[in-house]
Every structure is written in C-alpha cells, then in structure tokens.
Design a protein around this ligand. Structure first.
Ligand SMILES: *Cc1c(COP(=O)(O)O)cnc(C)c1O
Length: 346
C-alpha cells in the first residue's frame, strides 16, 4: 500500500448514529451529508445510514440529493437547502427531494416550477434567526406564510418544515434565536397546520442544549465522530475514519511516509502526535509528497503510520490536529484529495 488510505469503519458509524439518536430522542436524526459526507464518501455514508434505519438525510445541494435518492430508492426523506436554479428545482421535484426555502425570490421560483411540472413541492421555510446568511426576515414572515398557504391551496406546495441555523456563538444568542424560531412556528399555526419537521440545531446544540431541539436535528460532525474544536469528548462517539500512510524509507532518526501537503495535509501540522506500530510518535515535517515521522524500534519500509484516527495506535483525532492550526476537524477531512483511497474496513 503506497497510496494513503482513509479507512472507514461502518461499525463505528452505525454506533455513532445509534448514540446520537439515543441522545436526541424523541427528536429525529437528519444525517447531514454535505462535502461528500465530510470527506468520508457519500455513498458509503448513506448506505450505512439506510442500514441503521435513518429516515432523514441532509444533502445540502440538489445534485447530491439526487445521488442520495438513487441509493435510498423510495425510502427516506431528503432535504436540500441550498438555493438552486430552475433545472435543479425540477430535478429535486422529480426525485422527491424536500427543498429548503430561505428567500421570497426562491419561493416564487419553486412555486413556478412546481406549477409547471404539476408536482407538489415539499418545502421547509427558513426563518432568519440572527445568522443573516439566508432565511426570511422576521418582518416578512407573516406575508410569506400567507403566500405559502395560497400556493398550498393551489396544489403547488406543501409546507412540511420550518427551520433555521444557529450561530452557536453564545447560549444567549441561541436562546434569542429559539424565541424567534418558536414565534415563526406559532405564526404558521394561525393559518393552517404546523408542519411536522421543525429543525434548528446541528451537532453541538443538539447534543448539549436539549431545550433547543426541534422535532428533527440536522447532525453531521458527531455522526462521523468529529467532536467540536475546543469541545469535550462525547460519550459513545468515536471517529469513524483513520488516515493511514506507508513508510517508504527509514533513515537516521526519521522515517519517511508517502503522504504530504499535495494530499491535503497542512504543513503546519508538523509537531502533531501521530500513531505508529509502536504507539504514539511525532509528525516531524510535512513536505509536498511525503512527510517525516520520528523513528520507532523496528521501523521498516511498508509499515503503516496513522496520521489521525480513533487513537487505537496513539494517533490524534482529526479535531485534535485541527486545534493545532485553529480550524475544525471537518476541515482536516474535507481537504484530503482524491488520491487518498477510501477503503471500508469493517
Ligand atoms: C453543516 C450543517 C449542519 C450540520 O452541522 P454539524 O455541526 O456538522 O452537525 C446542519 N445544518 C446546516 C444548515 C449545515 O450547513
């Protein structure tokens, strides 16, 4: 094995999913799949979710939503929330994908495409609760709900969800966001049924702030065992991926391994703790196509080195590496290039 491998544990992903579901019940898990399932590979992640009985999948864009639908068949609900062009809206409607709608322009486009195709669009309306990235402003919410109810009566849409995204900067801000969110739900109930899918929280808030959870929780990082940067370990959750490179040369007090910055390893990770067959070692230097690691007794060409993983060989987690360079564990995983083979090990 010369090409580095990202080894994926189906067993661990299934365990994490079970631990997350236990923790958030009765809120339902929406497994978030953006960035190719946080670099793990979309197909494997969805197949594992499906086997575990996950009903909701957060696909981010319509294109990956369609890939998810091809794996799920008729099973499950797919939520694509990025604002999309008309052709993509059509694809979403044809593939039974729920759409997140966060602007009046996009709402009009979805209603128009649903009317043209004669397919009722299932929409989740987004209220801006303070993040100011996307979402209906509180002052336009009542009018938007009225427009949606009219489109419902005409058979063009079904309002199946209300959602928002938290800043997670402080508990107080998140509490304010929750108040805005609950108000938006209440307004929707004045003119019809309150939709079933009410979702506000991602991994951290779903885990630590039960009072903020809706009927559904959109969770990516914790499913893959990526803890929050500067956050504590999580009971029952472990990294599902380990990155393994091979020793290509043993010289002096270092060994060379076949992975480098061209594969997506930030050179600033030099100094990090990695795993070797003899336990924890040090990543001494990251070059373009290779890296230097501190030697261990008996080190030989062909030996594996664990750049990150679950700690079974002394290696750091992706989040621990990320903390060294002031980023998040997700970024360590999503930067890895396609030269790194994704291999399912159990
Ligand atoms: C990425 C994302 C999530 C999942 O966040 P995690 O912290 O990985 O659980 C949820 N909702 C939205 C809108 C996102 O963009």
């Amino acid at each position: 094995m010369i090409r580095p491998e990202l080894r994926l544990s189906t067993r661990r992903l299934a365990w994490n999913i079970a631990a997350v579901r236990d923790r958030i019940a009765p809120s339902e898990l929406m497994m978030v799949l953006k960035d190719d399932a946080y670099g793990h590979g979309l197909t494997w992640a969805v197949e594992t979710g499906l086997a575990a009985g996950v009903d909701w999948y957060g696909a981010y864009d319509v294109c990956s939503g369609v890939r998810v639908r091809e794996i799920l068949g008729a099973h499950g609900r797919i939520f694509a929330w990025v604002t999309s062009i008309d052709d993509e809206i059509d694809e979403a409607l044809r593939h039974d994908i729920d759409l997140g709608v966060g602007s009046t322009e996009y709402l009009s486009a979805v209603i128009a495409r649903a009317t043209a195709l004669g397919i009722r669009a299932r929409i989740h309306l987004k209220i801006d609760t303070g993040l100011h990235r996307n979402g209906m402003l509180p002052e336009e919410w009542e009018q938007t709900i009225a427009d949606v109810r009219r489109a419902e009566a005409a058979g063009a849409v079904a309002l199946v969800g209300i959602w928002s995204h938290l800043a997670e900067a402080s508990d107080e801000e998140d509490d304010d966001a929750r108040r805005e969110f609950l108000h938006a739900i209440e307004v929707s109930g004045r003119s019809g049924e309150v939709p079933d899918a009410l979702h506000l929280t991602a991994s951290a808030a779903s885990w630590w702030r039960p009072e903020l959870r809706g009927t559904v929780s959109r969770i990516g990082a914790f499913c893959y065992g990526i803890r929050s940067a500067d956050g504590p370990d999580l009971e029952g959750i472990a990294p599902v991926a380990e990155l393994v490179a091979t020793v290509t040369e043993v010289r002096g007090d270092e060994v060379t391994v076949g992975i480098g910055s061209f594969d997506g390893i930030p050179s600033r990770l030099a100094g990090s703790t990695i795993g070797t067959p003899a336990g924890a070692g040090t990543l001494v230097r990251v070059d373009e196509a290779s890296s230097a690691v501190s030697i261990w007794p008996g080190a030989a060409v062909g030996d594996p080195v664990w750049i990150f993983g679950a700690g079974d060989h002394g290696e750091s987690s992706a989040t621990t590496l990320a903390e060294r360079i002031d980023t998040v564990g997700e970024e360590i995983l999503t930067r890895l290039t396609s030269r790194i083979r994704r291999v399912v090990v159990d």
